[in-house]
Design a protein around this ligand. Structure first.
Ligand code: TRP
Ligand code: SF4
Length: 349
């Protein structure tokens, strides 16, 4: 799909003697919640890494966004950013291919957020499904704040500042993209720019395999059931050993029910060949494989997949993370600055 997603200016350049290819631009972001788990690696990062070669990519550490829910205790923010960026790099994001920057290093995010907040009707934000859900779920803190309500406006500002053509996101973020498109239409309707500065971004829906955590619930930091990208082979082996399997399997030859077993849930993602997975399904159902052996196979499959990540991490630990982010921040700021200049002209301020 995306291989053809270029704007190809069809003439031969006398300098390069080739076609000039302008890559389309994408932007995506993640809130810095610290170290990332296998769900992030399989769902988001593997996709971001692929996109680096096909698009001009901007990957943002959305620290302003994390303040919307975690404004009370900000002591961990800096360290969370560092841990997350080390995981990004270990999984193959390459600062020479993409621009990874910290949102709060680019003050234009705050400026555009403010200007857009003038034109976004309250009702659009109040009916946003993610807003309603989070209000229900995060009962342990007070998020009935102005900033939290404006979360999707801040996200729209991220996307529009870079005039991104497309945004790779999981399904849960689709309402925010729809809202971004609505904001673009409203902006154009109100200010009638002679030349449009904002594009309506498309979503590049990412397939995120659902990874069970070691307790069978969805893998999530808040459940404390994660296998982290930074976990050593020993820790991963230990965590898998502890996993609960099908309770019906007491004796080794009791027939099992893979569909209710979280070890199997992970096998579905990590056991690469479908015939191996089929064999395993049959062996479990017929009581021909014990859970200990099955877990051993899973451990091997995960560690094989992790091998290049471990190798890369050794290198990455020597990288000057701060200066990588600083350099990328400068590039991001240049684009953000020129967008803001255009926006101000259009709004006559
Ligand atoms: N809201 C996104 C999430 O929680 C993170 C994010 C912030 C983002 N800014 C973005 C995603 C811009 C895509 C584009 O996952
Ligand atoms: Fe789960 Fe594997 Fe045991 Fe079957 S054999 S119950 S899939 S751990």
């Amino acid at each position: 799909m995306a291989v053809f997603d270029y704007v190809c200016i069809g003439y031969l350049s006398p300098f390069t003697m080739g076609y000039i290819i302008v890559k389309k631009r994408i932007l995506s972001g993640m809130r810095p919640s610290g170290k990332l788990h296998l769900g992030h690696a399989e769902g988001v990062l593997s996709n971001w890494v692929k996109l680096q070669d096909e698009y001009e990519c901007y990957y943002e550490v959305a620290d302003f966004h994390s303040l919307t829910t975690d404004y009370q205790d900000t002591s961990g923010v800096k360290n969370n950013i560092k841990e997350m960026v080390i995981d990004w790099l270990s999984c193959g994001l390459d600062p020479d291919k993409c621009c990874m920057f910290v949102q709060s290093d680019v003050s234009q995010h705050a400026q555009l957020h403010l200007l857009l907040s003038m034109i976004v009707p309250l009702s659009w934000l109040e009916r946003c499904p993610t807003y309603k859900e989070q209000l229900q779920q995060l009962k342990d803190r007070d998020i009935s704040t102005y900033g939290f309500l404006g979360y999707p406006v801040l996200q729209a500002a991220d996307i529009l500042l870079y005039q991104a053509d497309a945004v790779p996101v999981g399904e849960d973020q689709l309402p925010h993209l729809e809202l971004t498109r609505e904001i673009v239409r409203r902006f154009n309707f109100i200010y009638k720019p002679s030349k449009q500065v904002f594009l309506e971004p498309r979503s590049l829906l990412t397939h995120c395999p659902k990874l069970p955590g070691i307790d069978g619930r969805k893998m999530s930091k808040s459940y404390n059931n994660c296998i982290y990208i930074s976990d050593s082979p020993e820790i991963i082996t230990k965590k898998i050993k502890k996993m609960i399997t099908d309770p019906a399997r007491i004796k080794i030859n009791d027939p099992g029910h893979p569909d209710i077993c979280s070890v199997y849930g992970l096998h579905k993602v990590y056991t690469s060949s479908s015939s191996l997975l089929e064999d395993l399904t049959g062996e479990c159902k017929q009581g021909e494989i014990g859970c200990v052996a099955c877990k051993k196979k899973l451990t091997e499959a995960i560690l094989t997949k992790m091998e290049p990540i471990y190798k890369k991490r050794k290198e990455v630990e020597k990288y000057p993370i701060q200066s990588i982010l600083k350099k990328s921040g400068e590039k991001a700021r240049e684009i953000a600055y020129s967008t803001m200049e255009e926006v101000k002209k259009i709004m006559r301020i």
